[in-house]
Write a protein that binds this ligand. Structure first.
Ligand code: PGA
Length: 253
């Protein structure tokens, strides 16, 4: 069975003390509830990655960044590089979140470079894709997601692609309280898996973890995750409260 995952995207939330408390609660839970083929990842703000990797070391809580630079090092004020993250024991990074695309002008070309940079430094990308509301309403959602993948992770070779996790996040569902229906999620996830199989092969498609993101919470996670091609979730708001995030983890197959 593919690894089933919940990843918490904290975005720009939590003070240091609040971050400390949340990581503590999650470590405590995960250490007493070990589960084969299930994993919990947290992606706190970069400033707290050291705290998180320290507390999560030798536990089954894994730590990811929310973003990384497409450049390796040098005069890029304010940026954080893949080698820096790797040197802090960060194992994953979200890449291409729709908020990065919308507010920080990240385009497919930059995202393809970020993915390559992450892989070069042994950081596994959680690569986000997803359509806008107008694109869904005009029936273009499948084409939009295909093009986002074609221009980025589908340029990798099969071995490289083996390290990619995909997160389907319809932009209209992020932070809106309006999640995709289980049927909408399953349709897109099955489509993405079919694209992976056409681009690479059935085995790679079968092994790829595809997460759903967008207003996934403790109340709707079980129904969303019960779909055969939904392998867990990338969780924003509901990952900020330990009890809710734990319930979502417990909803994994
Ligand atoms: P949300 O965010 O769960 O708050 O909708 C999901 C995401 O942006 O990854």
């Amino acid at each position: 069975m593919r690894t089933q995952i919940v990843a918490g995207n904290w975005k720009m939330n939590k003070t240091f003390q609040e971050a400390d408390d949340l990581v503590n609660e999650l470590v405590e839970f995960i250490e007493t509830n070990k589960a084969a083929h299930r994993a919990m990842i947290i992606c706190p703000p970069a400033l707290y990655l050291e705290l998180a990797t320290d507390m999560a070391r030798d536990t089954e809580l894994y730590v990811g960044a929310q973003n990384l630079s497409q450049f390796e090092k040098g005069a890029y004020t304010g940026e954080i590089s893949a080698p820096m993250l790797a040197s802090m024991e960060v194992e994953y990074s979200i890449i291409g979140h729709s908020e990065r695309r919308k507010y920080f002008g990240e385009n497919d070309e930059m995202l393809a470079a970020k993915v390559r940079m992450a892989l070069k430094h042994k950081i596994d990308p959680i690569f986000c894709c997803g359509e806008l509301l107008v694109e869904r309403e005009s029936g273009k959602h499948l084409d939009v997601v295909k093009s986002q993948l074609d221009n980025t992770v589908f340029k990798l070779d099969p071995v490289e692609f083996g390290n990619i996790m995909i997160a389907y996040e319809p932009v209209w569902a992020i932070g809106t309280g309006k999640n995709a229906t289980p049927a909408q999620a399953q349709e897109m996830h099955a489509y993405i898996r079919k694209l992976i199989s056409e681009k690479f092969n059935d085995q790679i498609a079968d092994n790829t973890t595809i997460l759903y993101g967008g207003s996934c919470n403790a109340a709707n996670a079980k129904e969303l995750f019960s779909n055969p091609d939904v392998d867990g979730g990338l969780i924003g708001g509901a990952s900020l409260i330990a009890e809710d995030f734990i319930k979502i983890f417990q909803a994994l197959k």
